[in-house]
Design a protein around this ligand. Structure first.
Ligand code: NAD
Length: 373
């Protein structure tokens, strides 16, 4: 099939949905790859590298002409959507949760859309799981950003001029991003603690050498869904959690928050009052900024300063290491490919495969995802 890759048009989006490595593999598998000129610029991939790998470079119109599939990082904007050929298979991080209007627009335009966010969390789909590949890098980058904003060092240093105390880092939400944040902060020499509402997180946090802090009541024991995600916690649990966190957070230098509940606003875990109790110079990196933030003071894509505490709300941390995040994302798409084609490489999504069933939003002009009808 002909696979199109466009330059991403969302503000601040630096990633691209292919790399020279994946292009080579797609071409070797018998596909044609068309890439819009400049698509890789912000991910440090020049057009020539794509061309050398076997892709055709061209304008947006030429790239889309006769394309069977569009591999994208984000959903196309309105203007691009209007230019997509009818019947094209769109695969991307489409922010599908509850987005019925978007699903309807795809159906009306005759686009068969697969959302990477709905990749089921089963072993067979792990290599296609973009939420994991991108969250892992976001967790790493969050700590690097924190270290840049923090006016002190992370590790303990004993020097002739005196001793520097190690930074205390606290990670809230120990999923994929949180566990990588813990590992990174530990590598930099911080003293690390972490919290989560899922009991499974306790052992994982401990195995990374961090201290686990949580309200471990009956509700905690049942907080993990069959899909591995957290449930939204009760008001009563939230109050107990807030009390525990308030005392702990006042002693921290770095806080990285990653708590998310799929399709819901991010839980508010850090209040203004808690920020006021933190030491000047402390840093909060809020990975949930795009979903409203885990801290009451977070503003998406801004660094807010309150009483000397910096609160950074980077809404696209994977985009701050675009070369690596593009490479892993492009690989996720490549791993999904066998479920989109026949053995002779023509387009034929395996609609009955549980992975495609879970990801499919629209098909043949209809919205087919149960949550979006
Ligand atoms: P996520 O991004 O949805 O949420 C991040 C973390 O925030 C989660 O650990 C969640 O429990 C936590 N959280 C939610 N509400 C909270 C609250 N009020 N207070 C504190 N923490 C809160 O989660 P994720 O990173 O996508 O991972 C979810 C789970 O899925 C993890 O156990 C992960 O290991 C698992 N997973 C499994 C696979 C697989 O293929 N089997 C792949 C990826 C992830």
């Amino acid at each position: 099939m002909k696979i199109a890759i466009l330059k991403e048009r969302r503000d601040g989006e630096t990633r691209v949905a292919a790399t020279p490595d994946t292009v080579k593999k797609l071409v070797a598998a018998g596909h044609k790859v068309a890439i819009e000129k400049g698509a890789g610029d912000t991910a440090s991939i020049p057009d020539k590298a794509f061309g050398d790998a076997g892709a055709t470079l061209g304008t947006l119109a030429a790239t889309l002409k006769g394309a069977d599939a569009l591999f994208a990082v984000r959903a196309p904007d309105e203007a691009t959507l209007a230019k997509l050929p009818k019947g094209i298979l769109l695969v991307g991080q489409l922010e599908p949760h509850g987005n019925k209007a978007q699903a309807k627009a795809f159906a009306t335009a005759g686009i068969d859309a697969l959302a990477m966010e709905f990749t089921p969390r089963i072993t067979r789909a792990q290599s296609m799981d973009a939420l994991s590949s991108q969250s892992n890098l976001a967790g790493y980058r969050a700590v690097i950003e924190a270290s840049a904003l923090y006016g002190r060092a992370f590790p303990m240093m004993m020097t002739a001029a005196g001793t520097i105390a190690p930074a205390k880092a606290f990670v809230m939400g120990a999923g994929v991003a949180g566990l990588q944040a813990i590992a990174t902060a530990r590598r930099l020499g911080a003293m690390v603690s972490a919290t989560d509402v899922r009991p499974a997180a306790k052992e994982q946090v401990g195995s990374l050498g961090a201290k686990f802090i949580a309200v471990e009541d009956e509700e905690f024991k049942a907080a993990e869904t069959a899909g591995g995600y957290a449930k939204e916690m009760s008001k009563d649990y939230q109050a107990k959690q807030a009390e525990l966190i308030a005392a702990h957070i006042a002693k921290q230098d770095i806080v990285v928050t990653t708590a998310l509940i799929p399709g819901r606003p991010a839980p508010k875990l850090i209040t203004k009052k808690m920020v006021a109790a933190m030491k000047p110079g402390s840093v909060i990196i809020d990975l949930a900024a795009a979903m409203g933030g885990n801290c009451e003071l977070t503003k998406a894509n801004e660094i807010v300063e309150e009483g000397g505490v910096k609160i950074a709300g980077y809404a696209n941390l994977p985009g701050r290491l675009a070369a690596d995040s593009s490479a892993l994302y492009a690989k996720n798409l490549l791993n999904l490919l066998p479920l989109l084609v026949t053995e002779d490489s023509s387009k034929s999504p395996h609609w009955d495969d549980e992975i495609i069933t879970a990801m499919a939003l629209t098909r043949d002009g209809k919205v087919i995802h149960d949550t979006l009808k």
